[in-house]
Design a protein around this ligand. Structure first.
Ligand SMILES: Nc1ncnc2c1ncn2[C@@H]1O[C@H](COP(=O)(O)OP(=O)(O)OP(=O)(O)O)[C@@H](O)[C@H]1O
Ligand SMILES: [Mg+2]
Length: 246
């Protein structure tokens, strides 16, 4: 199995006034291509800090991080930004779409930084990504003209459009009702089945049952790391949920 992520004794300290907060206290693990990893832990355990590190949005205080074979620490800010754009797709709890902008334009955005991608190719790839998440009939809808679940699908299409090495999700179902959460979870399971590498931070222990591996954080340390031998099928769970009432 190809190794996509290697963290070696990652530490992240934040100085606040006279105090130092140890958000990550030595995190070590590897993630291979095709894994669907959930990361859980109580509030303040370091999940977002870890995800920001993995996403090259934040730099560790100490330790080494290798993303798809590249040592991230030795890179400068611009190199990291390029690496992030090419290798990582982000999905956030609040979707982070451009307001009043069409689905296509939102999904095209990551391709704007790629000079070798023509405007026609950009459009084609955005349309293909939106079709892949079931939004072929919402291409020209603006973000304020879509439901939460649809906005999250646009965000997932945007994360996919660059064909990233890894998809990072922070509470991606956190703002959605149960039914819509499972619809989005079905999509993540389809991406996993297609061979995508996914890291999904969540508070919800139920979601871990649908992933292939669960890492638990506590006080900035890994306290659990288990493979899931009996992955539940989100589509099956969805089919058993009661129909939505008006
Ligand atoms: N920019 C920052 N400056 C100072 N302290 C920070 C900063 N970011 C995070 N922390 C601290 O680091 C610790 C870990 O925070 P983090 O946001 O990673 O937790 P989390 O597990 O994502 O929590 P939640 O489930 O509430 O989102 C917390 O104690 C937090 O107060
Ligand atoms: Mg968080």
């Amino acid at each position: 199995m190809k190794e996509i992520i290697r963290l070696d004794d990652i530490r992240r300290d934040f100085r606040v006034g006279d105090e130092t907060v140890h958000a990550l206290r030595g995190v070590t693990f590897t993630i291979c291509e095709g894994e669907f990893v959930t990361i859980m832990g109580t509030s303040g355990s370091g999940k977002s800090t870890l995800l920001n590190t993995l996403g090259c949005l934040d730099t560790p205080s100490a330790g080494e991080y290798y993303l798809d074979g590249t040592a991230v620490r030795s890179m400068d800010k611009n190199q990291r930004a390029t690496l992030r754009n090419r290798k990582i797709g982000f999905v956030f709890q609040n979707y982070n779409l451009l307001p009043k902008t069409t689905a296509i334009e939102n999904v095209e955005l990551p391709l704007m930084y790629n000079p070798s991608c023509s405007s026609a190719e950009r459009r084609d790839r955005a349309v293909a990504a939106l079709k892949a998440v079931g939004l072929g009939d919402r291409l020209l809808h603006r973000s304020n003209q879509m439901s939460g679940g649809q906005m999250q699908r646009v965000a997932i299409a945007r994360a996919l459009v660059n064909d990233p090495a890894v998809i990072l999700a922070d509470e991606a179902t956190g703002n959605l009702d149960t039914r819509t959460s499972f619809e989005v979870l079905v999509l993540f399971q389809q991406l996993h089945a297609a061979g995508r590498t996914i890291i999904f931070v969540t508070h919800n222990p139920e979601i871990a049952q649908y992933s292939s591996r669960n890492i638990t954080l506590r006080d900035g340390r890994v306290t659990g790391d288990v493979r899931n031998a009996a992955i539940l099928d989100a589509a099956e769970t969805l089919a058993q949920l009661p129909e939505q009432e008006d």
